[in-house]
Design a protein around this ligand. Sequence first.
Ligand code: GLU
Length: 358
Amino acid sequence: MKRSQRISVAVFLSLIVSVGCESASSNQSRKPNIVILATGGTIAGAGATGTQSAYTSGAVTIDAMVDAVPGVKDLANIKGEQVANVGSQDMSFDIMLKVAKRINELLPKKDVDGIVVTHGTDTMEETAYFLNLVVKSDKPVVLVGSMRPSTAVSADGPLNLYNAIGVAVDPKSRGLGVLVVMNDWIHAAHSLTKTSTTDVQTFMSPLRGLVGIAAYGHNDYYNAPPWKHTTKSEFDVSNVTKLPRVDIVFGCADMSPDLIDASVNNGAKGIVIAGVGNGNMNKASLDAAERAAKKGVVVVRSSRVALGTVGRNVEVKDDDMGFVASDELNPQKSRILLSLALLKPRQVSQIQDLFYSY
Ligand code: GLU
């Protein structure tokens, strides 16, 4: 090899090395950008001592929440916005719409890679499912909360927040719809439900199982949720300021039909029955529900039972009575889907199809 050729090979090799180094270092410096939208809840709650269960929700700022999580700033550049500050028993459609619209403003931006929503656990499954239907992006949206306030001994919020951010920055979370990360488990919005009033291990996805496991920023993914969501969803709330009223009526032995009539008389456009067993109710309530359906109020039969589906025409003649069966959705998520479905005129059969698809 001539000397000039040797030089050009050396230059070429050094170029490869320097380009390689440059891309490695620029990858390292390109930390993902995550926006935390805070809504309150126990994760931002503070008690007077570390061992009392009484606390005030939403007492801690986003910065203080993030500062309590060692190492989280290595995972992402984090910005925070306080969208609301409520215990999630006070979560409203107004706040859900505000959160959804803000997410739909933020996610199209090149410098936003994912969203984490901090939220109380009481109604987290409802907000997660709502966002799952109305967010218009494949980028990760992750809800997180805690069961113990920030001041408690062994507060669960800091690790939950670390794991939520770890899931939000993970490219494998894209396209899975809205996720919930609590106590190391990654749930799909469609399937999770709160199962314990006080235990740290409260959220379960009993019918479909977990999307995956989160462990200190390393995640394993097992299942992709099979339902339509986010970019495949037909629901659009960009111009919506109010959702139609949908009530839930709880079923029980010797149930009174009066609550069904009261819902109709007070302007409900839809009623979800948290029925007994396979979405059942007694004869008097079936009659009241049929009267409601005849007036154009959409009646969905769901169940107060924690596990299983509600099927059409099993013990109730849905075809004759004009009812919808909730399939896998529990009453509180049925209410979310029905409220969105009622934003435009739809046949009962079309609403039934929505319950099979979303
Ligand atoms: N009621 C509170 C809430 O949902 C308690 C539940 C929690 O955040 O863990 O905001």
